[in-house]
Design a protein around this ligand. Sequence first.
Ligand SMILES: Cc1cc2nc3c(=O)[nH]c(=O)nc-3n(C[C@H](O)[C@H](O)[C@H](O)COP(=O)(O)OP(=O)(O)OC[C@H]3O[C@@H](n4cnc5c(N)ncnc54)[C@H](O)[C@@H]3O)c2cc1C
Length: 531
Amino acid sequence: MKSVEIEVLVIGGGATGSGVAWDAATRGFDTILVERKDLAEGTTGRFHGLLHSGGRYAVKDRLAAEECIHENRILRRVAPDTIEDTGGYFVTTPWDDPAFGDKFMDGCKACGIPVEEIAPSEAFLAEPRINRDISRVFTVPDAAIDGWKLVWDCAKATTEHEGQVLTYHRVLEILRSSDVVRGAKVRSELSGEEFEIHAGFTINATGAWAGKVADMAGCPGVQVLAGKGIMIAMNHRLVNTVVNRCTMPADGDILVPIRTVSVIGTTDIRIKDPDEPDVTQDEVDRMLDDGEKLVPGFRKARALRVWAGVRPLFKDTRAPETSDTRDVSRSHALLDHKERDGVTGFLTITGGKLTTFRMMAQETVDKMCEQLGTERECRTSSDPLPSSKTGKFMWVGERLKEREATMHDDQLICECELIQRNSLEGVMKQRSSANLDDIRRALRLGMGPCQGGFCMYRATGILHDVERMDAPAANRSLRDFLQERWKGVQPILYGDQLRQARLDDWIFQGVLDVEHLPTDRLDDRAIGEGA
Ligand SMILES: Cc1cc2nc3c(=O)[nH]c(=O)nc-3n(C[C@H](O)[C@H](O)[C@H](O)COP(=O)(O)OP(=O)(O)OC[C@H]3O[C@@H](n4cnc5c(N)ncnc54)[C@H](O)[C@@H]3O)c2cc1C
């Protein structure tokens, strides 16, 4: 069987595994990341899209809250291209206890989360759709984060540091000799080829599947509870700010604007198999009802899609049994299998949140370095990811701006003769004449079936733009053109041509009122009379 020799094997291509690979590769380890599907096909591609400020956990889980704000600050620096800096509101709806706001404020301050209470009227100005019966509003530095972009950027950073990323490679077995893990046997899910990756160190970052992979290594009892959550994408940005209910974490209490949509979520139900998270109608109904509490009329918006993700919640086996996965800490767990199971060369990292993926990766690679007896400085808190080197946040209008930059030149001015704006401008600049009729001859502008009905007013505007003609001169040129066209059209006004002439007449006379546009010329006569 074919085999590959490397220093570090990372299993699992979600945020955690990609973060570990990024960290290990940038510290100079020869690294391979394997993922059984595509990157971020697990929970990372099915999460809510929120870069937590920590506010959500400030009352209930301070450790998680402190980790979130710590990482929130770092990711804004090293991964801004994946973040839309929407800001976040925690709002007290009529269904929430207003006194919780004080606990929330105290919790945020204790965890170092910048928080401010603002007047609801201020929030209504910024977010006109939110419930007008909201009585308290707090601002926190929540944001939206793109999980796919993040993971692929970590993969890019890994390959830029000579690492390899093998998608569609499933780990079938963990290779062990005596008490040492020596890599894994993998299978390409595309070609069916099986081979061995011999690694000096193996890291299990398989999220909700971490218990199964730990079992393969002969390290039983790693309990990762699967906490299912559903989310629904609505067809608009109903809000531009992340809006959270100011209450203990519950279902349907966060609305996140993500690019052109907004996503309401989520639930938290313990399920047995992380590969089978189903969505029930009851969950959907509850989620839409919860959306209504934040944005009245929520149900009237079009629901685009519903999906479910599975939280990897590591359960300390010493803690009492619980059926409510919200009671399990949102902090992460790094399992040192040398200490726990007497197995070296193997670590498991699971739990946590996407927001804390970088910190989880750093702790893991630090621990690996400690076990390997080497000191290598972590660079992921200082060196930005490849797409984030400009230091700019992602912005929802970015694609439109990019598109418009060239769209302007590519604009189709004359649909009949397929004349683009750049060729029209070229002719206008080359020719000294500002006469639209001269330009017509150069490009066949306005000579197709509509006879200038749709292109001529556009061309006039461009003429004004390019030649810096004043408006009366441009109007005059348009009127001259129409007059000239009219001569050739008038004698053949029957059938479809008559209909077209009538439409053109409505455009020029009815909409633009060319007859009365200022031209500074006394003898201009009405155009198209009788058409
Ligand atoms: C409903 C929901 C909403 C959430 N919302 C947020 C949020 O808004 N903000 C936030 O910060 N966090 C959020 N989280 C938490 C966050 O999404 C997760 O903590 C994070 O994505 C986990 O990443 P991961 O890499 O550990 O796991 P995953 O993304 O699940 O990655 C594990 C990978 O391991 C792979 N794998 C498994 N077995 C094998 C094998 N044998 N061989 C090879 N590969 C294997 C899987 O295919 C998978 O891709 C949410 C979670 C849920 C469920």
